[in-house]
Design a protein around this ligand. Sequence first.
Ligand code: DGI
Ligand code: FE
Ligand code: FE
Length: 208
Amino acid sequence: MNYDWELIKSTVKSLQKEKRYKHTIGVANEALNLGKIFLPKKLEKLYLAGLLHDITKDFEKTEQLRLCEKYGIEISINIPPKLLHAKTGANFAKEKFSTEYVDSEVFDGIFYHTTGRANMSIFEMLIYLADYIEDGRTFEDCVVLRKFFYDKIKFSKTMEEKLETLRKTMLFSFDLTIKNLIDEGKIIDADTIESRNYFLTTKLLMEE
Ligand code: DGI
Ligand code: FE
Ligand code: FE
């Protein structure tokens, strides 16, 4: 695919605050780093999903709700508002750039980047993880998780070992997130719980 990177970047930049745009570039770059390890044939698509993952993150809550209505995104009474941007973002990006750019893989990468889901694809995992460990993140859990992953991946020789490192890192990330949500008294989305259980119980295999 011949992506117009300048158009994509300037569009996202115009919709985000400066700090958020920096994070966006960080995620796109980290998605590339992870892609080189796990999905070397999908580097451009990973970079694209990284650029688009938080495209609606800085929109006001009323705008998020308007977009949910517009795209037919179901809002259960329990859904934490923070989770809306992933779902509105996937739909908004698809509308803005067409399905040639935002195909179902990119769409789902954006859609599930905050909660994950049971049986998520490797592509979805890499966007989720890139978001968590990109260089600009200084929150302690992010620093710990980044080190956890890169310390282990160094010694992972075969793809089977690399996927086991990915599984352990994903499990650890959900454990950290869920612990924080409990400490803060927040609602935990079913997808977040199911993701944690999935990585606890399932050995990852390379798709194809
Ligand atoms: O958009 P970002 O800040 O870059 O990152 P993100 O989309 O992964 O959002 C991270 C936030 O989402 C973090 O504060 C934890 C929160 N989160 C993740 N899963 C859940 C959740 N919040 C609630 N209330 N419930 C969840 O299940
Ligand atoms: Fe996000
Ligand atoms: Fe993000």
